[in-house]
Ligand binder design. Sequence first.
Ligand SMILES: [Zn+2]
Length: 397
Amino acid sequence: MSSLRWRGGMSVRFVNTTGVVLDTIWLRLWGNGEDGCAAPAVRVTRLSGGTAGDPAVGCTALPVRLAHPLRPGQPALVRFDLHIAVPDRDARFGHNGPYYLLGHALPVLAVHDGKGWHLDPYSTGGESNYSLTADWTVRLDHPRALAIPATGSAVAMPARPGRTLTTIAAKRVRDFAFAAGPFGKREALTRHGVLVRLWFADDVSAAEVDDTLAGAVEYMDTFAGWFGRYPYPEVDLVSSHFDWGSMEYPTYVVTYPARTAVAHELAHQWWYGLVGNDQYADPWLDETIAEYAKQRATGDENPLCAGPFWPSPDAKVTSGMDYFNANGGYSLVVYLLGSCLMHDLERTMGPDRWLAFLRDYATAHRYGVSTPVAFRAEAQAASPVDLAPVFHRWRAS
Ligand SMILES: [Zn+2]
C-alpha cells in the first residue's frame, strides 16, 4: 500500500466573532499544500450548512457559502465528509515506511480579522498556518496494530475484531495533528505534573530514546519557569531520523531525536501553540523565540550574533513568508539572526526583567494571537531603556 487512507465526517461549530455579517466562510485544507489541485490529498464532500464553492489557493482554501447570512455573535454548524490520502513522501504530512504523519490533514477555519480573510498560500520551507483556538473531539477507528500519537489526550477502546476506537479530546488548541504506525512508547512526568509521551520509530536507538525523553522533561520544566505554566495535561513527541526536519503542533511535536530539535519544538508549545501568531505574515513572532529558547536551554552558541551576516540589504527579521519564499534566507534571517534579537533584548533589559516580560506577555496572550505591534510595545513598556535601537539593529523595527 503506497498510502494510507482515512475517511469520515467532520462537524465544525463556530460563532461569528468577526463583528461583521458573514455570508461565506473559508476552510483551509493545508494538506493540499504540496500537491495542489493536481492530486488533492484532502477532499471535502457532502457538505451541509452551506454550499461549497470552487477550491482556491492551490486547493488549500475552500469557500463555504452559508445557508443563511451569519450576524455577529451568532453560532453556525457546517458538516462534511472528509477523505484523506496520506501522500507518499517523507514529510510532516506523509509517511516513512509504516510511520504515517498527519500534520495539516484536518481542515481548520480560516481567520477573518481587521484585514479580512487570511487566504495565504502554503509554504513548504516554513509555515503559513494561522488559526484560532478551538475545542476538538476526534474519534479514529483504526487497525489495532497502529499506535496513535495525537494532539490532546486519547482514550483507546476495543472496537470491531482487530480494531481500536481511539477518542481524543483537545481543548483550546489551534490545530490538530496525529500520527499512525507501530511506534514504541515511553512516558515520564515533569516536575510540574505534565505527562510527556515519547513515541519513536525503530530507527531511534535506546540511548536516543532515553536522551530525548530526559531532554523533553527538562525543557518542559525550564520553559514553564521562563514562559509560565503549561496549561495542558500532556505533550506528545513523535521521533524519528526525519530527513525533512521537525515540526510543531499544539501539544504535539514531530522531532528529530536530538536535544536541540526537541528544545526548539517544545518552546513552540508556548510560542505558536499557546500564544498564536500569523505564521505567514509574521513568522518571526514564534520562530525567533523558539530558536532563542533552544539556544538558552541547551547552551547552543549562535556565532552570528557576534558578526551578523545578512544575505541581502532588504532582508529583515520581520519579513513575511512572501518575502522569504521569493528571496530565500528564511532560516538564516528568522531563526539565527532573529534569535540574536532576542539575546540582545535580554542583555539590554536584563535577564530577570526580560523573562518577566516574556512570562507576562505569554500569560496575557495565551489562547490568543501575538502581533508585532503588541510585542514591541509591551516589551518597551517593561523596559527601563529604549529598545528601538535593538529592534533597529536586528532589522525588526
Ligand atoms: Zn520552529
